[in-house]
Ligand binder design. Sequence first.
Ligand code: HEC
Ligand code: HEC
Length: 198
Amino acid sequence: MKQVMLLVLTLFAMSTATADQAAYAVCAACHGANGEGNVALSGPALAGQEAWYVERQLKNFKAGIRGSHKDDIFGMQMRPMASVLTDDAAVTKMANYIASMPPVELTATVEGNAQAGKALYAVCAACHGTDAKGLKAMNGPSLVLQQDWYTVRQLKNFKSGIRGSDSKDLFGMQMKPMASMLTSDQAINDIAAYLNSL
Ligand code: HEC
Ligand code: HEC
């Protein structure tokens, strides 16, 4: 009896895993089979990102709160993909699946001064944590799961208002002035180098 129950439970777990994997197949093209990202297609890493953050981004893309700025060429590639997830339940399931993917090994591509980046990061710690692993209470996502080229792009997009300027983007609006404190490209690269060193 116990064995039968175990078998049923295993089969159930397997079928949910496969269903999630099947739903993720469309995402894999740009984000990698294991959520490792794909620099050639500009798709950032997703593996291990917390579900609450992923869920918010997917809903924001769907609603056009993110990815609708006329110069947001990468956000615009993502928007129709989020709309493939037709209801909230599908979004939540996908977010949980992404959060369950083991974080991947990241390769550094940006050169900067990690020591200078560390000093600049002090202000960021309030919302992203001293370890940069994210602070849910402050709505700040983890920054250590992300590839440096994507981080650099987001910081530039926040600065220029390509991200975080929609009037309904409450969380992007909190981040935008923070990116503007990084006054030069060098400062942005230094932050990226520091995050790589963590
Ligand atoms: C055609 C390529 C493409 C496909 C397919 C795609 N995405 Fe994306 N996605 C992108 C790009 C490009 C970005 C980065 C947008 C930016 O730079 O602001 C992105 C960003 C994201 C983000 C935000 C990450 C962050 O750290 O803020 C999430 C979450 C995401 N995608 C999830 C998905 C899911 C789930 C699917 C499948 C349903 C999917 N994507 C399919 C291209 C794609
Ligand atoms: C007042 C709180 C706050 C501070 C301080 C802050 N951030 Fe953020 N940051 C956020 C929030 C909230 C988001 C999520 C925005 C969203 O949901 O679209 C974010 C998003 C980001 C992202 C995008 C992550 C992704 O996966 O797309 C990066 C990169 C980032 N912050 C870097 C920084 C850096 C570097 C600093 C310091 C210079 C900083 N942040 C300071 C609140 C903050």
